[in-house]
Ligand binder design. Structure first.
Ligand SMILES: [Zn+2]
Ligand SMILES: [Zn+2]
Ligand SMILES: [Zn+2]
Length: 146
């Protein structure tokens, strides 16, 4: 079997979504696929700039929007005026978030019973769900000790 490099695979993903496989888009996907952080656009720009000096802020912002539009990247609103971005949640990668309002820490969780309950609610209302995001806001265990 021929080994397909990560770059090749990402190039194909981009082309499948009718996006030009630019090195910045590939770097962006690599960054988000390789982290469980929830970066805002500015943080993503800084991370990419560290690796590739010729990255421009405008291109990063534009690329992010294009990737979100093609559902290769997920955009999250934690209600603090900074949009966050994370790897796209595939079928088996779905998770929800606990967000600490004191330190900004984001904890990812997945609870099968909770998911099942949501499906049950939709069925009750004869509602066909396409997606959902659940954010629970509060105070993380560290911040509670302060
Ligand atoms: Zn969920
Ligand atoms: Zn905290
Ligand atoms: Zn997440």
């Amino acid at each position: 079997m021929m080994a397909v490099s990560v770059n090749q695979a990402l190039k194909k993903t981009l082309r499948d979504h009718e996006l030009k496989a630019t090195s910045q888009r590939i770097a962006l996907l690599k960054l988000l696929n390789g982290t469980s952080e929830h970066f805002d656009a500015e943080e993503i720009y800084f991370e990419l700039h560290k690796r590739q000096k010729n990255v421009s802020r405008a291109t990063v912002y534009r690329s992010l929007e294009a990737l979100v539009e093609q559902q290769l990247v997920t955009k999250l609103d934690f209600g603090d005026g900074r949009m966050r971005y994370e790897r796209n949640q595939g079928e088996d990668e779905h998770h929800d978030h606990l967000i600490c309002e004191a330190c900004g820490k984001v904890i990812e969780f997945f609870n099968l019973e909770m998911e099942a309950q949501q499906i049950a609610v939709c069925e009750e209302h004869d509602f066909k769900p396409s997606s959902h995001t659940m954010h629970i806001f509060g105070t993380c265990s560290n911040c509670q000790k302060k």
